[in-house]
Structure formats: C-alpha cells, structure tokens
Design a protein around this ligand. Structure first.
Ligand SMILES: [Zn+2]
Ligand SMILES: [Zn+2]
Length: 767
C-alpha cells in the first residue's frame, strides 16, 4: 500500500517508516475478591478473563491505594475501575461511587457500559446539566454510581453538598477518566475542585476519604501528574498487556512548492519577499484518503478543524469520482454538528465496509467501538504523542497489518517530528502539565471552598503551596473575614468561577439575526478569535463576526462558510517583575520569573482553507491588554554573539527567528498548544541589558508551561536548533522560523544566525 501512495510524488515524501510489532495479550486470573455475580456479568459481555494491567490496577484500588492506569487506546481501562468499584458496591450495600468524565458524551458511554453489566442495586445515573430537575433528587438519594463532569461537581454538587451529604459520607471511589485532559489552567482548576471534594468527604466523615482511580492516555510520568491533580500519592500502572495488531507507521512530509510570489496574493506570507511553502497537509491527506479508498482499504482521516475535515472529504470524493464515477460516495465527513444517531450510523458503515473513507475531527467525539480499521491518516501532529497514539490506535485488526500515516503540516514542530522519528517512537510521551499553585486559580478556588464551608488552618495544607498567601489576599480584598474559627466567605452569592475560562470576563457569542446565544469565549482569547471579520467555528458551523462589542462583552455573528480562515496578529511589550530562579552559564543566562506583558491585537490575515494561501491582511482597532504571567528567558552577551559570527545588525533577526522556533517546539516538552504561549525578542532589553529571548505563558499567573520549559531548557532548545538547521528551505519558512501569529509580519528573521544563537546557548547551558 505504502509503495502505491509514494508513487504520486517525484520526490519521496516519506521521511521514516516504523514497524510497530504486534503484541500478544497477557491475561491474568480474576482477583480472588471478584464476586461471582460480577464475573458472570462480564462473561455475558464476552469477557472471560482480565488482562494483567487491568487486574493489577484493580487490585491496588481494591486495597484502597490511589492508582492511575495509563495505557493505550482500547486497552480496557474501564475494567480497571469498574472491577474494584462494583465489587465494593456489591460487598457494601451502602457504598457509593462518583465517576468524572471531561465530556457528557463519554459519561453517557460509560453509563451504558455500567448499566449493561446489570448489577443489582447499583442504579447508575448521569448527573449533569441535561439531567431533568425531577430526576435529580432521586439520583442524589438512590443512585450509588453517579456519572458527572468536573463542571457539574464545581457548579452543582459541591455548592449543594448538604443535599449530597449521604452520598459523600459513603463515597468509596472517585473515578477520574481521561485525566490527561486536565492540563494547563483548566487542569489546575480541576485539581482544586478535587481537593474541595476531598474536604467535603472528610467533613461528612468517611475515615481516610475515597480512593481515587484515574485513567489516562499514555503519558510521561502519569504518577506525578495524577499526584498533582489529586494532591495524593498515586501509584501508576503503565504496562499495556492487551493484544495489539502490528502497525506500519509512516512519517510523511509534503513537498516544498517552488517559490512563487504571485501565488500568495497581494501580500506575500509573512511579509518576506521570498514565499516558499509546502503543499498543504489537507491536500496531501485528501490524496492519501482517495488512494487508500481506491485500493479498498477502510481508512479514517483525522483533521484538526471541522472545516478541514469537510475539505478533505470533498476533495477525496471528487478525485475518486473522476477515476470511477460513484466511488466518491464511499467517502464521508464526520462532524460534531451531526446527531449522535447519524454519527453512530457513519461509524457502523465504516466498520462494515459500506463506507471506505471517513474524515473526522477529534477522537473524543468518535464512538469507542470504532477500532480495527485498516488505515489511519493523521493530518498534522495532534499536539501530543499521547493523542497521536490514541488516533493511530484506531487502526489494526488482530492478525492483520495496519497502516498509520502522519502528514506534517507547514509548522516547526511537525517538521521536526517527521525528521526525528526518535522523538515520536523512541521517547516516553510528554508529561501532563498543570500548576495548582497558580495564584489566579488558587484564590478563586479558595473563595469557592470558603463559600461551601469556612476554611480552617488545616484546610490550607490540603490546598497546598501558596494557599496561606492566597487566603490573606482574599481577606485583604474583603472577600473573606477572619474569625477565631476560620475564614468566612462574606457575600450572599457564591463566587463566579469558570473552570474553563480565564483572563477576564467571558465574551458572549450571539447570532445577530435571532439573538440566540451560541456560547462564550474566555476574555483572554476574545480579541484573537472574535474580532470583527473573524471566522468563528461553533459545533461544526461556521460564523463570521460582524462586530465585537467590548463594553457589552458580546460578539454579533452571522452564519456563513467562507473558504478562508482568519488569523489575528498582535504586538507585545514586556517588563520583568521578578526572577524566581536562574542559571548563570558564563555568557549565557537562563531565567524563570514573573513578567508583565502588554499586548494588542492589531490586524488579521485571511487565508484560503485548502491551500493556506494568504488573501490579505486587514487592520484592527482594539485596545491593548495587560497580563501578569510566568516567563522563561535567556540572555547572551553581545561578545559571544560576535564571536559566533553574528553581525550586530543581524542580532534582532537571529533572536526573533530563534524565538519563533522555540515557541513552535515547546509543545515537544509540555502538553501545550503554541497558542497557549507567546514570545518577545530584542537585541537589548531594558530589564536584562542584553540580547534576550522571552517565552511566556499566555494565561494570567501561568499554567506551568514556562516552568516546564525552564526545567527542560537544554532538550527544548536542542530540538529547536535541530528543527531550524534541518529544514530544507533556504531563508526560513513556516516549517522552521516563520510564525503564523507574528505581530511584526515575520520581519526581521535570520535563519542561519538563529542557529548560531542557539549553538552559543547550548554550548554554555548545562545539560
Ligand atoms: Zn524552513
Ligand atoms: Zn515574531
């Protein structure tokens, strides 16, 4: 198959082929404590024996040890918590279990799975925003297995803890499914929601508190991440003992197109006079999908945006119809806007081969049963190795070799990965980063906790580092009152805290014609996503913003599907507030600290969806915004740069190019998106008095990304240097040093000098 796919190209787009061998499963006996009823229930579902990792995780949890099971897609993580939880519910007719999923859809899937086991007296039920009022009281009183999400726990269950006291008093297990999703600022909030849950359980008096069982995609150091999330010591089970089919994994880089200024429209991409870009990953994916479908291979293509998935499906259908009229009907797009039944129907059609190709956005939206396909094409690195393996894991039937292809986008991280297969296949996957000590998360969460019940000195230990300072700040601000018995919330209303929003009040997205509220966007992103003229995607439907009204906090939009996307650009100023930690490495300094960032979104680009071609750049008139956050920065002495052959006139371009690539490569060491972070570089910064490159966290107070970058600086900057040096372009391109969100129009940029800068840093920085 691969040979066929390569023939289309004059230059071989394959950069690497990795053969992932098949693996036989390692079964284990049922734990001795497994009740006969439960064993029989699993047998009815066709499960005769657990795999070893399931039995091990279940055993730890049954012994009341907190445990995280971090294994691959379809490795049966559910059984690891179902087994101890249901066995405990059977043994103790009063015990209860709380299950948390990041999405309602996943909770609904799990409800079906638990209900299908038909264990008497468990009465599993979903309790979320969709649960009718009339059923809620019944669930609180009678269900012993409640499935919900962190938002509902935060907004509903914990503030109403008195109504849940019976349930919380008897709570034996808390299951946290897909826990790798809880990262960054959102993850830091969820960490404190779990601490608030532990506090209420302790208040209602269960000795020792509930046991936490967490399930994660494969991730680096899951025990530490789960420990940070729960605040408890957590054991990790990481060896996947479920059987797996062999997979041939290909890394694929679309070819560079010849420089052609006229192809880029009125303004060349990035403002430089040389426009060199790669063939778009979407086109490449569409061709691969068409080729596999033509060969009768059942293929799932993952595309990052919903509009992109439509483009891939439409383009593949067209080329198939040209070859064999009617063949295009065997390809479809799959998007979130479809009803659940429609999506399940598409999945069934693909599994049975009525449909041969499906272009889809996110793995989380796909049904859990959609596995065992012949091929998976992944358009663009999905951000983490964990998601990459989750997507690739959809391919492979027992006894048959499957194919997975990662198609690189025109982006430094994608380019680095397809040229460094060891970073994809040889490395443990990245760690999930969160920072519960972020004062911008901790303060509001302590306010929520105090509103639920007065805080005591003992609670400060529970909430961890920085809690004492945060409480003092809340007293100072008049939100809490200190009394001999503790700290009391002073207001009648509960504090308004949104787990998923940060950086200012959320902006409402309103359909102008109907007045319908479509959703909200957090204040921090609103200038980027909702400026006048922005194309905004909501549940698979495309809207164009008519006006952003900052005073009213709302954006008026109309449904429209233009064939371009929009990309906002900002300009930034930065000052150093304090230094938390630093490394003095001779001519090079590395710092972690607090900074004030002032940024202003000044313009946006319109780009063709199918090709990425820039149509034009339009100015915007938006106010500047302030952000206090964490940053990592490095400085170099001017002498060391001169000695390395960087002409003083080229220093700004060298630092700027290094900054862009460093931002692009940060997701290699921390689970962040390049849109979560920002940067600034300058030949002499007033606060450092030296040539400096700053990379900062885009969230107030920081989300742990800068801290992680500081700790991993040597490997992060080594990868950055290699990504630039190995890019095949001449003067810099979006695959190495150009950035899609640069406020300076990617000018000045010097690719060769950026390599020299990073060489100086790496030569001096301790590993
Ligand atoms: Zn390049
Ligand atoms: Zn820039």
């Amino acid at each position: 198959m691969l040979r066929r796919l390569r023939q289309r190209h004059p230059a071989d787009p394959l950069t690497h082929i990795e053969r992932v061998p098949p693996r036989a499963g390692v079964p284990a006996p049922w734990p001795s404590w497994t009740p006969e009823d439960l064993r029989a229930a699993y047998a009815r579902r066709g499960v005769t024996t657990p795999w070893r990792h399931q039995a091990e995780a279940a055993g730890l949890a049954y012994d009341r040890r907190h445990v995280v099971v971090a294994t691959g897609t379809a490795s049966g993580k559910s059984m690891a918590y179902q087994l101890p939880a249901l066995a405990t519910l059977l043994a103790d007719p009063r015990a209860t279990v709380l299950y948390l999923a990041p999405t309602k859809a996943l909770a609904a899937d799990q409800l079906r799975a638990v209900a299908a086991l038909e264990i008497e007296g468990v009465r599993p039920a979903c309790y979320d925003g969709d649960t009718p009022r009339a059923e809620r009281e019944w669930i609180r009183r009678h269900s012993r297995f409640v499935l919900t999400n962190p938002d509902m726990l935060h907004h509903g269950i914990l503030p109403g803890h008195a109504q849940w006291s019976g349930f919380l008093r008897r709570l034996a297990y808390v299951v946290v499914d897909e826990c790798h999703v809880y990262r960054g600022v959102f993850g830091s909030h969820v960490a404190h929601v779990l601490r608030r849950l532990r506090r209420q359980c302790a208040r209602y008096g269960r000795a020792g508190g509930p046991t936490f069982v967490l399930a994660s995609a494969t991730s680096g150091d899951p025990a530490a991440a789960a420990g940070r999330l729960t605040g408890l010591p957590v054991a990790a089970i990481t060896e996947d003992t479920s059987p797996r089919a062999g997979v041939t994994f290909a890394l694929w880089e679309p070819p560079l197109l010849p420089p052609d200024p006229s192809a880029a429209g009125p303004e060349p991409a990035g403002g430089s006079d040389l426009t060199q870009v790669r063939r778009s990953a979407l086109r490449e994916t569409a061709d691969l999908l068409a080729d596999t479908v033509a060969a009768g291979v059942r293929t799932l293509a993952f595309v990052r945006s919903r509009r992109g998935a439509e483009v891939v499906a439409t383009s593949a259908r067209r080329s198939l119809d040209e070859a064999v009229p009617g063949l295009g009907d065997r390809v479809a797009a799959y998007r979130a806007g479809y009803l659940r039944e429609e999506r399940r129907e598409l999945e069934r059609a693909l599994l049975h081969g009525d449909l041969l190709g499906l272009a889809s956005t996110n793995a989380l939206e796909l049904g859990v049963d959609l596995i065992g396909l012949d091929a998976v094409v992944i358009c663009g690195y999905p951000g983490t190795r964990a998601s990459l393996w989750q997507q690739a894991g959809r391919a492979g039937r027992s006894g048959q070799e499957a194919l997975a292809v990662l198609v690189a986008r025109d982006d430094p991280l994608d380019t680095y990965l397809v040229h460094h297969p060891e970073a994809v296949f040889g490395t443990p996957v990245e760690a999930t980063v969160l920072d519960p000590a972020n004062p911008y998360v901790l303060g509001p969460q302590l306010a929520c906790a105090a509103a639920e019940a007065p805080l005591t000195p003992a609670d400060l230990d529970l909430f961890g580092d920085g809690a004492k300072e945060a409480v003092e700040a809340l007293v100072e601000a008049g939100a809490l009152r200190q009394r001999p018995t503790g700290w009391y919330w002073r207001h009648r209303e509960r504090p308004a805290v949104d787990l998923r929003g940060e950086g200012g009040a959320p902006v409402c997205v309103v359909e102008a014609a109907t007045g319908r509220l479509l959703g909200t966007v957090d204040g921090g992103s609103s200038h980027f996503l909702l400026h006048t003229g922005a194309v905004y995607l909501h549940q698979g439907v495309s809207y164009v913003v008519d006006a952003l009204d900052l005073d009213d906090g709302c954006a008026l939009v109309r449904p429209e599907e233009p064939d371009w996307s929009t990309h906002a650009r900002d300009v930034t100023a930065l000052s150093v507030v304090s230094v938390r930690s630093y490394v003095d490495a001779g001519p090079v300094g590395l710092f972690l600290g607090e900074v004030d960032v002032t940024s202003q979104v000044v313009s946006y680009q319109r780009r063709r969806i199918a090709t990425g071609e820039v149509i034009d750049t339009r100015p915007l008139d938006l106010p500047a915004r302030e952000l206090r956050t964490a940053a990592v920065w490095f400085t170099l002495s001017p002498e060391s740069l001169t000695a390395a052959g960087v002409d003083p006139a080229d220093v700004p371009g060298a630092l700027h190019a290094a900054e862009h690539a460093a931002i692009g490569l940060l997701p290699l060491v921390a689970t962040c998106d390049r849109w979560d972070i920002g940067g600034l570089s300058t030949a002499v910064h007033p606060d450092t008095e030296a040539p400096t490159v700053f990379v900062y966290d885009g969230h107030p107070g920081g989300a742990g990304f800068a801290e992680r970058a500081y700790g991993m600086a040597a490997s992060w900057l080594r990868a950055t240097r290699d990504a630039i040096a190995e890019c095949g372009c001449e003067a810099g391109c979006p695959s190495c040093v150009q950035s899609p969100k640069c406020g300076n129009g990617n000018n000045p940029l010097s690719k060769p000098d950026a390599i020299r800068v990073l060489d100086v840093v790496l030569a001096n920085l301790p590993e």
